[in-house]
Design a protein around this ligand. Structure first.
Ligand SMILES: [Zn+2]
Length: 306
């Protein structure tokens, strides 16, 4: 009799555990509804890329569904005037500040890259912090950090879409550009992608980095927009030497993407340049003059007196 009760209890307990496991599994699957690659119609008015820091021009045309509603944050970005205004200037009569902004060109409108949406698993990115781990407010202007996948775009997207529990495994870019120039959106620009670990941006005026976790080295992730180029196959096995480089379609799509931002050229950098781990050398074989040349054909500076 006693043993029967125990057997019943054991059965009940294992049933409950089973049910719990089922619920956990289900909620995990439910929490990544957008993890599948959604093939979308090529759309010239792409990029519902909105960010207080990145400020994409085609923000108004929200054609790309967001994984979560994007909170509207007051817009602060826009390139600062080249002339540094001393803090003490307030005593004199107010001046009309010169506003510098980029606007896209006809060439930008004519270029229509294919795109895919493949949102990363939510464990692989987070919110942008308004203050660092010590409670000090942070307000860095945005930077663009360029990477390469070192393997196929497919395997990179796969990695980002996997659930990663350990912070060491959590990784993502905002956007990836495949060899044929397809723009793959992975993390919304207003979110903090985990593209660079231990890193510092040596900016035009100062070194910039933000420690958001007291247990991890500071990084540029809090103010970075990470874009990665798919590595050509001849660069997959040997990760240390140069490779044949990126396709014309990749340079075009990259320039087209960045042309929508207000990030100035001196805030476009590489993972290699910001890395402080001594392990990152990407993107290898990247041609900056070629990229900047295309970028200037897709956006132009507009100066107005405000
Ligand atoms: Zn990288």
């Amino acid at each position: 009799m006693n043993s029967r009760i125990w057997i019943t209890r054991l059965l009940l307990i294992s049933l409950m555990l089973f049910a719990l496991a089922g619920v956990l599994l289900f909620s995990r699957v439910r929490s990544q509804p957008s993890s599948a690659i959604i093939a979308s119609n090529p759309d010239p008015n792409i990029a519902a890329l909105s960010s207080p820091k990145i400020e994409f021009q085609s923000d108004k045309q929200k054609n790309i569904p967001q994984p979560t509603p994007t909170p509207s944050v007051p817009t602060t970005a826009s390139v600062k005037p080249k002339v540094k205004t001393p803090v003490t200037v307030q005593a004199s009569k107010p001046q009309n500040p010169v506003k510098v902004a980029f606007q896209t060109t006809a060439a930008f409108k004519a270029y229509k890259p294919k795109y895919l949406i493949a949102w990363a698993n939510a464990t692989n990115y987070g919110e942008r912090f308004t203050q660092d781990a010590n409670g000090v407010p942070v307000n860095n202007e945005a930077i663009v950090v360029l990477h390469e996948t070192t393997n196929s775009a497919y395997s990179a997207v796969n990695t980002f879409q996997n659930f990663h529990e350990a912070s060491n495994d959590q990784t993502s870019y905002h956007t990836l550009i495949t060899l044929d120039g397809t723009v793959v959106y992975l993390v919304p620009p207003d979110k903090r992608a985990f593209g660079a670990g231990n890193s510092v941006f040596d900016g035009p005026n100062r070194s910039e980095t933000v420690q958001t976790n007291a247990n991890l080295p500071p990084s540029v992730n809090n103010f970075a927009y990470h874009v990665s180029l798919e590595t050509p196959p001849d660069g997959w096995s040997d990760q240390n030497s140069d490779h044949s480089g990126y396709t014309v379609a990749q340079y075009n799509s990259l320039a087209w993407l960045i042309a929508q931002s207000q990030v100035p050229e001196n805030r476009i950098t590489t993972h290699k340049a910001v890395d402080r781990s001594g392990q990152r050398i990407d993107p290898r074989s990247f041609d900056f003059p070629k990229f900047f040349n295309l970028l200037s054909s897709y956006r132009q500076m507009r100066v107005s007196k405000g």
